[in-house]
Write a protein that binds this ligand. Structure first.
Ligand code: FAD
Length: 320
């Protein structure tokens, strides 16, 4: 079933889990153990990322197939068009089509390592918009298409001082609307830690006529260093209170994770209170924080929470 149909048909709050292809075979086995456990909590869908330029193509396709047909969870595969000739894009699409996968997150992808700017390959696509148009032209309504949205602006338009001009922000919204008008049915956002920025983005989208569901992408903080690396890469704004809370505990991984769960729980509560009914969790292939957040939100029954997980502690850390 397409993600948009899931959203339309479910009345309660739904959640989804994102995974990335591990580097080793053991890693893939471990990931599937984890996915199977996490799927028992009934996510609306799970998705698997795609290495820009097709660097994980075979593995992403294989994992997507296993998720859809062996784990039996509704699966969405990410597909980027950076450095991807058309025949590689078509191979990916026809493979997931024949594997019964109905959902694609259509992306441009980042420039390859060592390059600042994305360069279109000959015969390839220039943007996610081109990819959305291609998927619709070639497969009609077979695929449910999700597209990426950037509440803080895409990193390419964020200036050195962290500012996005009003004009650039508006251009991004207009372009996002083009992706939706071309066939994108659901927007999944880039990670953020300032909930007000996300909520403003939703309002701004509505104002320019984007009516489709906008799912917030939530990345629990799992380690201080990884958090700084990821927010630096994505140019994500870190609210001062988040930095202040992390500073004294930054060398204590367990405390950082617990804070990450508490923060993400608070963010989700605020978002869900506005009537938004879906949350997308960037799991980074880890289960404990994602499940703890869902448990705090009452979306996962506490009695079903695996007792084997050392992460489950009867403290009020998870009860923000
Ligand atoms: P686009 O939609 O093409 O936009 C890129 C930039 O170009 C934006 O600033 C946009 O406004 C601008 N732009 C493009 N065309 C126009 C136009 N005609 N007019 C005006 N502006 C235009 N990367 C991966 O490599 N693999 C993944 O699996 C992956 N998953 C992701 C999942 C999510 C939810 C998100 C938010 C990002 C993900 N990314 C992934 C990162 C993404 O590939 C990068 O952010 C990439 O730089 C842009 O991809 P896009 O699809 O947003 O590009």
């Amino acid at each position: 079933m397409k993600v948009i149909d899931k959203i339309r048909s479910e009345s309660g709050v739904m959640f989804s889990f994102e995974f990335f292809p591990p580097k080793t075979e053991d890693g893939v086995d471990n990931l599937f153990d984890r996915i199977e456990r996490m799927v028992s909590y009934s996510p609306a869908f799970c998705d698997i990322t795609w290495g820009a330029g097709g660097t994980t193509a075979d593995l992403s396709l294989e994992i997507a197939n296993r998720m859809q047909n062996m784990v039996c969870v509704e699966t969405m595969m990410h597909l980027t068009c950076t450095n991807m000739p058309l025949h590689s894009i078509d191979h990916a699409l026809s493979t997931i089509n024949s594997n019964g996968i109905h959902n694609v997150l259509a992306l441009r992808g980042d420039p390859p390592h060592g390059q600042d700017k994305f360069v279109q390959v000959q015969g390839g696509f220039a943007s996610a918009l081109d990819l959305v148009k291609h998927i619709r032209a070639k497969y009609g309504d077979y695929f449910g298409i999700c597209v990426a949205g950037y509440p803080e602006g895409h990193p390419e338009v964020i200036q050195e001082n962290g500012v996005v001009t009003a004009e650039a922000y508006q251009n991004e919204l207009v372009y996002l609307k083009q992706k939706v008008d071309a066939g994108g049915e659901v927007i999944i956002t880039q990670l953020f830690y300032d909930t007000d920025i996300f909520l403003k983005f939703v309002t701004d989208c509505r104002q320019i006529g984007i009516t489709c569901p906008i799912i917030p992408g939530i990345m629990p903080i799992n380690s201080y260093k990884a958090f700084l690396r990821m927010t630096g890469f994505c140019k994500t704004k870190i609210p001062p209170e988040v930095m202040a809370a992390l500073e004294p505990i930054k060398d204590n991984d367990e405390a950082v994770k617990a804070y990450g769960v508490q923060l993400a729980t608070e963010m989700c509560r605020k978002i869900l209170a506005t009537g938004i009914r879906a949350i997308h969790l960037y799991t980074l292939n880890m289960e404990k924080s994602a499940l703890a957040i869902l448990m705090n939100l009452g979306l996962v029954e506490e009695s079903k929470f695996p007792r084997s997980l050392p992460w489950r502690r009867p403290t009020n850390v998870f009860r923000a």
